[in-house]
Design a protein around this ligand. Structure first.
Ligand code: DQA
Length: 151
């Protein structure tokens, strides 16, 4: 039995990882990221759900379901980071710790990527660490959730 459960949620176009803008996102696929996350979750004694959708409403649906099912959320909202008040509102509504992840360093890129609706809701943000960012996010989430359990 794991001590806590985490949902890793991925937004649009991340299904194309490994084939998309390789110079920015690298050659690892989403399946490689799943494996990285599963290995990290096992090491950290977390149970893991991993989902990706290109549809905003699907991401919101999964967030609502997470309200009663998971202890924390790691999210790479992809392009919805910069546009979606609805995803930020869903994250606020479910009242779980959130870590935001971006594979690329969005601050080195176009100005429209510099603003995130999600960051104000997140406890932590990991940007520009490649796919390793997901592992770092799970490590941080495990620390946050262990402190909650100890209270
Ligand atoms: C991204 C950065 C976003 O600006 C972009 O729309 C993505 C991926 C990242 O992981 O670097 O799709 O979230």
């Amino acid at each position: 039995m794991s001590f806590a459960s985490v949902l890793v949620l991925n937004g649009p176009n991340l299904n194309l990882l490994g084939t998309r803008e390789l110079a920015i996102y690298g050659s690892e696929t989403l399946d490689d990221v799943v494996k990285l996350c599963r290995d990290a979750a096992e090491r950290l004694d977390l149970s893991l759900d991993f989902c990706q959708s290109n549809a905003e409403h699907q991401l919101i649906y999964w967030l609502h379901a997470a309200r009663t099912k998971v202890d924390g959320i790691v999210i790479n909202p992809a392009a919805y980071t910069h546009t979606s008040v609805a995803i930020a509102d869903a994250l606020t509504a479910i009242e779980k710790p959130v870590i935001e992840v971006h594979i690329s360093n969005v601050h080195r890129r176009e100005a429209f990527r510099h603003y995130s609706y999600v960051s104000a809701v997140a406890e932590g943000i990991i940007i520009g660490c490649g796919t390793q960012g997901y592992v770092l996010a799970l490590e941080r989430m495990a620390t946050i959730l262990r402190k909650k359990v100890a209270k």
